[in-house]
Structure formats: C-alpha cells, structure tokens
Design a protein around this ligand. Sequence first.
Ligand code: PGA
Length: 251
Amino acid sequence: MKKSKSYILVGNWKMNPTTYTDASRLFRGLIKKAALHPKVKTIVCPPSIYLGRLKDTSETISLGAQDASAEETGAHTGNISVPMLINAGASHVIVGHSECRKRGDTSDMVNKKMHAVFDRGLMPIVCIGEEVRNDAGEHLAFLKQQLSETFKGISKKHAGKMMIAYEPVWAIGATTAMDPHSVHEMSLFIKKTMSELFKGITMDSFLLLYGGAVDPGNARAIVHEGQVNGLLVGRQSLDAEAFGQIMSAIS
Ligand code: PGA
C-alpha cells in the first residue's frame, strides 16, 4: 500500500498570549489536537520566555523559537542566542520572518543567523516572501535575490534539514490567502531556484511551507493543490479548535 504523505504544521504565536497561564492552557489544547493527528508534524513557536516552561509538556509537539541571535554570547542586549534556545527546549527556530525583516533584519543578517542555527544543530524555518506582486513578474526577481542572499554559503548537506516558509508579505495577517494555483507556481519556482543554488540537490529535497492567512477553510487546498510540504500559521494557531481543524484538513 502506498504510504500517504505527511505534512508539517508550524504555529507561530508571535507576541501572544500575555500570561504563562494562558500560554500553558493553549499549549495543552494544541497537544490534545496533535495527539489525534500523529501524521502531521506539529511545531509550535511560542514567545521564547515560555519555551522552558512548556518543554516538559511537549511530547506530541516540537517547540520552536521565533528568532535567534547570530551571536553565541556577549554584549547583545535583548537578544537570545541559539544555545539558550536549545537549553530552553527548542528544536526549531524561525529566522527571517517578514515582521523581523521589517524591523531591520536584512537577508545577510538572516544568513548569519542560519549559519549559527546550523552550527548548533537546530532546524531553521527560513521565511521568504515578496511584499508586492505585479504582472511584470518583478516579485520573481526579488525572490530569487532574496533566496540567493539568504542561503549564501549554506552547505549542501543542510539542504534537506531546513524548512523554507514562503510567506507573501501581503497575505500575512490578511483575510485572504494566496490561491492554491499560485501557491503551486511559487512552490515550483522556489524549489527550482533552490536546486540551482544548491547544485546537485533535487527540487524534491527541499521542504517548502506556505504561510499567510491560512485557516481551516483553505488549508487543504493549499497543501494539496499548492503542493507544499506544510503550512506556517499565525493567528489560527492561537485557537486550539481552529488549529486542530487545520490538522484534520491536511491529515
Ligand atoms: P497569519 O500569519 O497566519 O496570521 O497570516 C502568518 C505568519 O506571519 O507567519
């Protein structure tokens, strides 16, 4: 019998919720949902202040951080290093989220963070995405450049050990996601560009997620018709019911 494909589901809580009590309640709700969908690989990225306290309860869910410093230690006020995240229980870390890029992270900085993450054996979830699209296809050139700067000097051996999250910036926090047909086109474009950057690595080796206004109603079509390996979900990961419905939709 053909093994059915399993999908990845990443929840990015961003700067929510405000108290540990609420974080813990939400996390327990997500754990229950994840236990019903063992085929979905679920990763939850809470604010890092909660990581250490959530780690003991996270058997069905992997924990990720939302960002990391490229530095190991030292005078970097407000930053959190990769070794700290590992000690707090993270196995994954988002780098290059558009909200961090908006606050000043360049592709070069994201690249340095990725090197730090790989050096310590965490799995990066690397976000890329254009701010606008136009008929002239300038967003494709933009993405190509973003990919080549972001992945500069990353060893081929890491190609299958990272997740690339394609998040068109205009869809993040919006009411409508990208349509599945366009997701498929972009997935092919990104995987092809990656296999050109990582010569000799096939398109299928790259794990590509889609993010931006994913909800229980559009999740299934995005992964199946869009042919991506999974989803990166913001708002709907703050609601255990909705996140569970997304799990069902892609199971
Ligand atoms: P959203 O956020 O699902 O709320 O659009 C996605 C993200 O920013 O990762």
